[in-house]
Design a binder for this molecule. Structure first.
Ligand SMILES: CCCCCCCCCCCCCCCCC(=O)SCCNC(=O)CCNC(=O)[C@H](O)C(C)(C)COP(=O)(O)OP(=O)(O)OC[C@H]1O[C@@H](n2cnc3c(N)ncnc32)[C@H](O)[C@@H]1OP(=O)(O)O
Ligand SMILES: Nc1ncnc2c1ncn2[C@@H]1O[C@H](COP(=O)(O)OP(=O)(O)OP(=O)(O)O)[C@@H](O)[C@H]1O
Ligand SMILES: O=C(O)CCC(=O)C(=O)O
Ligand SMILES: [Fe+2]
Ligand SMILES: [Mg+2]
Length: 332
């Protein structure tokens, strides 16, 4: 048996004994919950994840669930995205981003011009994604029962225009977030069609969620980089990478310290995915002054200033975009 399989067997055994103890004595269950195993710091006790799934997330920082969102829902999200691109609906707060390679070409009201939309929380049809019960069931294994949807995106990765600008550099999402604790934050990312190496699937460095938040900056790419696409300044190029090839509706949940990115889209189709970052509503905001997050904080404050004509703090830019999706709103 491989080392990993052996560890899995041991911890699965440990979890089985916990479950048996809980059935035998509710008071000992209480004791277990109040002194959780240090080996299980990234997920919470729950009755959804199998021991293998729970251990997989603990060790790797991500968990892929096949076929979690129905084709019917995906089609509805796709239709709504197209309506937005054709400017048939106007959504308050929504940010439409065009790839830097075509940003300066003339405007076309078509999905071909849009590389991602961000902050769709005021669009009821798209926001349904964030409240899907089957997604929230998984999310609560990481956040607990009180859940905020903090950041919403629909990514429409364009065919690369030849400058490799369709890549997303390797990064940790926590770089963008002034709230903690990070283990109570999770991203759900659902493929809206088959994603593979050809059209630029997600690429993850398993286990990097156990490290710390690293310095991020714009990568030095010849063809240019999209606004706010910061990348980890130095990461171990030798670290094993996993390409997450997924089918329509497959969903990956991942930790905000997991280093990930996505490759160039070498097809002539637009690779679509819908995602939401969730946090426990009893997370708290932190001051990022003097930390590695100072650079992104300045950029966000600048953009907010231009957009609203007034100074909005990094923390407030998140507080007013966040929406409660389950339980009660506490400190977020
Ligand atoms: C309170 C609200 C604040 C909101 C800030 C947003 C916070 C985002 C936080 C992200 C959290 C992410 C969590 C993890 C996810 C990691 C990521 O995905 S990071 C990447 C996400 N980043 C963005 O989506 C950036 C947000 N986008 C925008 O703000 C805008 O789309 C814009 C890039 C600023 C362009 O807006 P707009 O003003 O409508 O566009 P133009 O008028 O056409 O262009 C202005 C100017 O900007 C240049 N430009 C346009 N598009 C891009 C681009 N993609 N990349 C680089 N530059 C771009 C354009 O050429 C113009 O430049 P000029 O010199 O003035 O001509
Ligand atoms: N020169 C580079 N510098 C920094 N990051 C890069 C570089 N090339 C690729 N990446 C990043 O690595 C990830 C995967 O990129 P890439 O498109 O090269 O796929 P790949 O995994 O190398 O597979 P393939 O080469 O088969 O397309 C993306 O996050 C991408 O942004
Ligand atoms: O869909 C992708 O290409 C990756 C997007 C991503 O990692 C992000 O926006 O944080
Ligand atoms: Fe990301
Ligand atoms: Mg490559």
């Amino acid at each position: 048996m491989s080392q990993a399989a052996e560890r899995l067997r041991l911890i699965a055994g440990h979890l089985d004994r916990q479950a048996a103890a809980i059935r035998a004595s509710p008071t000992s269950a209480q004791a277990l919950i109040s002194s959780p195993s240090p080996r299980l710091r990234y997920s919470l006790d729950n009755d959804l994840l199998t021991p293998e799934q729970r251990l997989f997330y603990e060790e790797n920082g991500f968990l892929l669930i096949k076929n979690l969102v129905s084709e019917e829902d995906i089609n509805r999200f796709r239709k709504e995205f197209e309506r937005i691109c054709r400017q048939e609906v106007k959504v308050p707060g929504l940010v439409v981003m065009r790839d830097v390679a075509i940003a300066k070409s003339e405007f076309v009201a078509d999905q071909k011009a849009v590389s991602k939309i961000q902050d769709y929380q005021e669009d009821p049809e798209l926001f349904r994604y964030c409240s899907l019960p089957q997604i929230l069931k998984y999310v609560s294994c990481f956040t607990g029962p009180n859940i905020m949807a903090m950041h919403t995106m629909l990514i429409n990765k364009p065919p690369d225009a030849g400058k490799k600008t369709s890549r997303h550099p390797m990064h940790q999402d926590l770089h963008y977030f002034p709230f903690r604790p990070c283990d109570r934050i999770v991203c759900s990312w659902t493929a809206m069609e088959r994603v593979n190496r050809q059209n630029g699937c997600l690429v993850v460095l398993p286990g990097t969620h156990k490290g710390s938040l690293l310095e991020h900056d714009y990568p030095e790419w010849e063809g240019g980089v999209n606004k706010m696409y910061h990348g980890v300044r130095d990461y171990d190029q030798e670290h094993p990478r996993v390409h997450l090839e997924m089918e329509t509706g497959d969903t990956v949940f991942f930790h905000p310290l997991l280093i990930h990115g996505s490759g160039m889209n070498q097809t002539d189709g637009f690779r679509k995915a819908i995602s939401c970052h969730y946090a426990s509503s009893d997370c708290y905001y932190i001051d990022v002054q003097g930390t590695t997050q100072e650079n992104i904080s300045k950029e966000v404050i600048d953009i907010a200033q231009r957009r609203f004509g007034t100074e909005v703090s990094f923390q407030d830019s998140w507080a007013f975009r966040g929406r409660l999706v389950q339980g009660e709103r506490i400190s977020m």
